[in-house]
Structure formats: structure tokens, C-alpha cells
Design a binder for this molecule. Structure first.
Ligand SMILES: Nc1ncnc2c1ncn2[C@@H]1O[C@H](COP(=O)(O)OP(=O)(O)OP(=O)(O)O)[C@@H](O)[C@H]1O
Ligand SMILES: [Mg+2]
Length: 279
């Protein structure tokens, strides 16, 4: 199992929306997906739950840090939803190391049962984000193309607690930054200029989806994406033409992200091995 964390200290940049779209995309392509929502706002867990595609884990994600959990339901798509208990974790600094250790052991115990674990995080750089990054294989940072977010890129890499460079150096050398994913991209001259600026300054951090000069992974701003999030619908199954068009636009980006975290698509002979028996 590969673990992907969505992280950016900037709020409202599309972390949860990307997590949701990618989880559904992976499931649609035959991957066994474990979805973990570490944000008490629940903007990843709620749409997944409302979509009725995932089996509920029967516990909330705070317990993956506070307890030794090693069993999940036997299903190809499982959701560990968030809970307000997550807010208590930061206030127990003496427990932070055990919290991170519990999450790491949990993910190790899930290794044979899922192909990808997608973890959505809260924007404040606390123990939840640290614990997730300390055990992940990949981190993906959605960003918006505004000045403030672009200035935030430096922090994303160098933040004292949750900067990717810091985590790699101190806690998790295997952590790989997939890159920056511009989200809610609009075809305005302002955003085009910012995109150019990002390409010039950070192009090694952008995710290539083709050989052309502007072929980088990104998500356009589309009301159908917000609607899918709000109602727990799977974007590409919505009836509206606008939703299907949006799905088509983002498909190359989702496909590339899925390829990076899970490799080329393959069909599992036995999706959903019995976890209980193996645990
Ligand atoms: N590509 C998009 N097009 C249109 N709306 C979007 C898009 N991506 C996200 N949104 C909407 O923008 C809002 C913020 O997105 P989202 O909740 O994914 O951000 P976030 O980074 O997870 O926020 P937080 O930091 O609070 O967790 C939501 O209402 C979401 O539905
Ligand atoms: Mg979110």
C-alpha cells in the first residue's frame, strides 16, 4: 500500500476536493482504497460517505493516533471519517510521539489490504499533519494561483514543523513530494500570469502530464466540482453535461496522480481480501 497525504497549510485550496476526486478515480480503476480524513471539518469523509461507495471503518480517525488499530472492514473501499476528538490531540504534547507511532503501525498493518491510502489533512500544521507526513510515501500540495498562495510555497517546503524538507530530513526520508497542483484555475489574465510565474520559479515542483510547454497537472474551477463535493456525488456520474465536461478536463491529471501513487492500472483477481483473518 502506498500512502498519499494531501497537505498545504493554506486553507481552502482544494485539498479535500482533490482527495475526494482521486479516491473515487482510484476505486473506479480497480484500486483498493483506504480513505482517512484527519480534518475535523470532514470535507473529505462527508462526500465519500454520502456517495455510498465506501464501507465505514466503524471508528473515527482520531483513534488511529490514540490507539493501536490493526483491523479494518474487509472491503475494497473503506472510509475512516473524522471526529472532533482530533482537536484534542495537539494539546497532548507528551503523547505526540506515540500518536505518530500508532498511525505508522496502523498503516503498516493495512499494507496488504489496500493499494492506496489517501489521507486528507487540516490546514493548521499540527500533530495530525506531522504524523501523516511522518509515515507517508507521497505528499501532494494543491495550491491556488494567487499571490498569497505562491508566497506560501516556500513554507510548504521549509516550514519548521511540517515543511516537506524538514519531515524528510528528520522523520521520514522516503517521503516524496509529488508536487504542486494548481487548483481552481481560471482563464483570467491574472491567473495566467501567476501560472507562468509558478512555472518559471517552481517548474521542477509541477507535475508533468505531457510533453508540451504548459502540460502540467491542474484542476480548473468548475461549479460541478464544488457541487459534487457538497452533495457527495461522483463527478463523472452526474447527469449534467457541465459535470461530464469537468470530469473530462481533469481526467489526465487524475490519471497521472493515480499512476504516480499506484503504478499502472491492473485488475485484482480478489478485491477485498479478508482483513480480519490476516490481522
Ligand atoms: N476545482 C474546483 N472548482 C470549483 N470549486 C472547487 C474546486 N476545488 C474545490 N472547490 C470548492 O472550494 C472550496 C474549498 O475546497 P476544499 O474544501 O477542497 O479546500 P481545502 O484545501 O480542503 O480547505 P481546508 O483547508 O479548509 O481543508 C469547497 O467548497 C470546494 O467544493
Ligand atoms: Mg479540506
Amino acid at each position: 500500500m502506498k500512502t498519499l497525504v494531501l497537505a498545504n497549510q493554506k486553507g481552502g485550496v482544494g485539498k479535500s476536493a482533490v482527495a475526494t476526486l482521486l479516491a473515487h478515480h482510484l476505486v473506479q480503476h480497480g484500486r483498493r482504497v483506504l480513505a482517512v480524513d484527519l480534518d475535523h471539518q470532514g470535507n473529505f469523509g462527508s462526500p465519500i460517505q454520502r456517495s455510498n461507495r465506501a464501507t465505514a471503518a466503524g471508528l473515527t480517525s482520531d483513534r488511529l493516533l490514540t490507539e493501536a488499530v490493526s483491523v479494518m472492514p474487509s472491503a475494497a473501499f473503506v472510509l475512516v471519517p473524522s471526529d472532533r476528538g482530533l482537536l484534542m490531540l495537539e494539546r497532548q504534547p507528551t503523547m505526540h510521539t506515540p500518536f505518530a507511532r500508532n498511525l505508522r503501525s496502523f498503516l503498516a498493518a493495512m499494507d496488504a489490504h489496500f493499494d492506496v491510502c489517501v489521507i486528507d489533512t487540516n490546514p493548521n500544521p499540527d500533530i495530525r499533519v506531522i504524523a501523516a507526513l511522518a509515515s507517508a510515501d507521497f505528499v501532494l500540495s494543491p495550491i491556488q494561483l494567487n499571490q498569497e498562495a505562491m508566497e506560501g510555497v516556500h513554507g510548504l517546503l521549509n516550514h519548521d514543523r511540517v515543511g516537506v524538507r524538514k519531515i524528510k530530513a528528520v522523520l521520514n526520508p522516503k517521503l516524496q513530494l509529488i508536487g504542486l497542483l494548481p487548483t481552481m484555475v481560471e482563464p483570467t489574465p491574472f491567473q495566467k500570469a501567476n501560472f507562468l510565474q509558478i512555472v518559471q520559479r517552481y517548474h521542477p515542483l509541477l507535475i508533468r502530464i505531457g510533453d508540451g510547454p504548459g502540460d502540467f497537472a491542474s484542476m480548473p474551477r468548475r461549479s460541478a466540482i464544488a457541487e459534487a463535493q457538497a452533495h457527495g456525488q461522483v463527478l463523472w456520474e452526474m447527469k449534467k453535461t457541465a459535470a461530464r465536461e469537468a470530469a473530462k478536463e481533469i481526467e489526465p491529471t487524475l490519471r497521472e496522480l493515480a499512476r504516480i501513487v499506484a503504478g499502472q492500472p491492473q485488475v485484482h483477481a480478489q478485491p477485498g481480501v479478508s482483513h480480519e483473518s490476516a490481522a
